[in-house]
Structure formats: structure tokens, C-alpha cells
Design a protein around this ligand. Structure first.
Ligand SMILES: *[C@@H]1O[C@H](CO)[C@@H](O)[C@H](O)[C@H]1NC(C)=O
Ligand SMILES: *[C@@H]1O[C@H](CO)[C@@H](O)[C@H](O)[C@H]1NC(C)=O
Ligand SMILES: *[C@@H]1O[C@H](CO)[C@@H](O)[C@H](O)[C@H]1NC(C)=O
Ligand SMILES: *[C@@H]1O[C@H](CO)[C@@H](O)[C@H](O)[C@H]1NC(C)=O
Ligand SMILES: *[C@@H]1O[C@H](CO)[C@@H](O)[C@H](O)[C@H]1NC(C)=O
Length: 229
């Protein structure tokens, strides 16, 4: 009798443990961290009476591609040196995103940073992206009009995380235009600014398997619960 009681409460513990787990998918951020970072940049700019930057999704996707190419280049002390060739932008990144090539504008600056752990956007802004006088003056540049933010983890759900910002001073609406009525080509991993797609978009499949396993465990626990209690 005692053993049974113990067994039943054990079932309840499993049951509650599983239920109370935060969702595995998108546990890091509920929305899109790239958009959050864009807001931080713009709040900072407007507090200094500078123009707001528009978050071009085409440029954001190219920033994500840039970050992706630099995935293996984050050192253990969170420094990164990685400069893809100029040809990669038009021959690899733009086609992978579905950016219409004739609309490819000028990229006038970039900031690349990385960290072994996932940082929330405000921490990433001050600890990863604002690195030196050069990056500060770029963030405050008066002539830039748009920015693209791309974020990717090197391994699924694991760091190091690469943050990439690309700046442009091109005409906002007519450059880095995404084909397919602005949808472009869906990216499997990471996320970028200027879209409402969440950062977890690329983690769906692994999340699905995990959630299915949890569901099975839940059903199994419940069946035991009703059998014995
Ligand atoms: C804006 O960013 C700079 C670094 O670029 C930082 O020193 C400053 O505190 C920020 N200001 C606001 C209002 O967030
Ligand atoms: C960080 O690591 C890189 C290579 O691992 C090294 O070249 C660089 O000097 C280190 N920087 C600092 C600040 O320790
Ligand atoms: C990344 O780092 C490797 C090794 O240091 C280097 O050979 C490669 O050129 C770097 N990638 C880019 C795109 O700079
Ligand atoms: C701002 O960026 C432009 C290129 O877009 C550059 O020519 C200019 O020197 C920069 N200005 C400052 C103050 O850094
Ligand atoms: C960009 O396009 C939107 C609508 O498509 C329009 O509302 C906005 O004024 C345009 N901005 C510029 C700078 O042309």
C-alpha cells in the first residue's frame, strides 16, 4: 500500500515536471532577437537625435548568411575575425536569400561579434557589438539608412553565437529586395531582422521530435496513473 502510494506520487511528480517545463522550442527568446536588437540600436540612435534605421529583411538575411559563414571562427575568448570575399555577397549570400540581384545596394559597414553563450539582445548590444570606437562611430553614422541583423548559433541550441550587423546608405525601399513578394527563400537556421519569423524557425524539426517524445511519456504516465491509483 505504501509502495503504491509512493509510486503514484512519483507519477504525479513526473506528470507535473513534464507539464511545467518551459517549451523547448524557442526557450531562448519568444520573438525575434534580431528585431529586438534593431529596436535597441534605434532607441539608442533616437536618444542621440539620429535618424532611425529601417530594418531591411533582404539585408538582414544577408547578415545571417555572413554570420553562418563565420560560424567556425569564434575564439574561446569571444573574438572573431572573419571576412568573406566580396564575391560571396552577390554569388552566394544574395542567391541563398532570394535577394533580387539588380537591387543589391551598397554595404557601407559591418559589425561582427560572437559569444560562447547566448546573451539577451541588450547584453549582446553592449558586450558583443559595441567593441571599440570604430563600432561606436559606425552605430552613430549619420549617413546610414538601413541595417540588417543576423544571429546564428554554431550548433543546434548551442553556442558560440554569431551576431552580424550590416549597414547600408542605399535608398531604403528599392534595395536588397526579396523575391517572392518580399518573402525570399526560407532560412533553415538562425534568424534575421525585418521579418516576423521567430528565431526558432530553424529548430522546428528537433523540437517536434522532442515534443512528441514528451507527449508519449505524458500519455504513458497518465495510463499508469489511472491503472494503479
Ligand atoms: C547608446 O550606446 C552607447 C554605446 O554605443 C552607450 O554608451 C550608451 O549608454 C547608449 N545609450 C542609451 C540611451 O542606450
Ligand atoms: C583571443 O584569442 C585569439 C586566438 O585564440 C588571440 O589571437 C587573441 O590574442 C586573444 N585575445 C585576447 C584579448 O585575449
Ligand atoms: C575563418 O577562420 C579560418 C581559420 O582561421 C580562416 O582560414 C578563414 O579564412 C576564416 N573565414 C573567413 C570567411 O574569413
Ligand atoms: C559614415 O559612413 C559613410 C559610408 O556610408 C562614410 O563615408 C563616412 O565616413 C562615415 N562617417 C563617419 C562619421 O564615420
Ligand atoms: C517604403 O515603402 C512603404 C510602403 O511600401 C512606404 O510607406 C514608405 O514611405 C516607403 N519609404 C521610403 C523611404 O520610400
Amino acid at each position: 500500500m505504501k509502495a503504491k502510494k509512493f509510486y503514484c506520487s512519483f507519477q504525479f511528480i513526473v506528470f507535473y515536471y513534464v507539464l511545467l517545463q518551459p517549451p523547448f522550442v524557442c526557450s531562448k527568446n519568444h520573438g525575434n532577437a534580431a528585431n529586438d536588437l534593431l529596436d535597441i540600436i534605434n532607441n539608442n540612435r533616437t536618444s542621440q537625435k539620429l535618424n532611425k534605421l529601417s530594418g531591411s529583411p533582404g539585408l538582414g538575411c544577408i547578415a545571417l548568411q555572413y554570420a553562418q559563414e563565420c560560424k567556425g571562427n569564434c575564439s574561446s575568448n569571444n573574438t572573431i575575425h572573419c571576412q568573406p570575399s566580396e564575391d560571396d555577397f552577390t554569388e552566394v549570400f544574395a542567391p541563398n536569400c532570394g535577394v533580387e540581384l539588380p537591387t543589391f545596394g551598397t554595404i557601407s559597414g559591418f559589425i561582427l561579434g560572437c559569444h560562447q553563450k547566448y546573451l539577451q539582445p541588450p547584453e549582446a548590444y553592449s558586450n558583443v557589438l559595441v567593441q571599440d570606437q570604430k563600432t561606436i562611430s559606425l552605430l552613430r553614422n549619420k549617413t546610414i539608412t538601413e541595417v540588417g541583423v543576423g544571429i546564428i548559433g554554431s550548433h543546434k541550441h548551442k553556442g558560440p553565437y554569431i551576431w552580424c550587423l550590416l549597414f547600408s546608405n542605399s535608398q531604403t525601399n528599392s534595395t536588397f529586395v526579396l523575391e517572392n513578394l518580399g518573402k525570399g527563400i526560407e532560412q533553415k537556421r538562425g534568424c534575421y531582422s525585418g521579418t516576423s519569423l521567430p528565431c526558432s524557425a530553424g529548430h522546428k524539426s528537433s523540437g517536434l521530435i522532442l515534443n512528441t517524445l514528451i507527449l508519449l511519456l505524458l500519455i504513458y504516465s497518465l495510463s499508469l496513473l489511472f491503472q494503479h491509483c
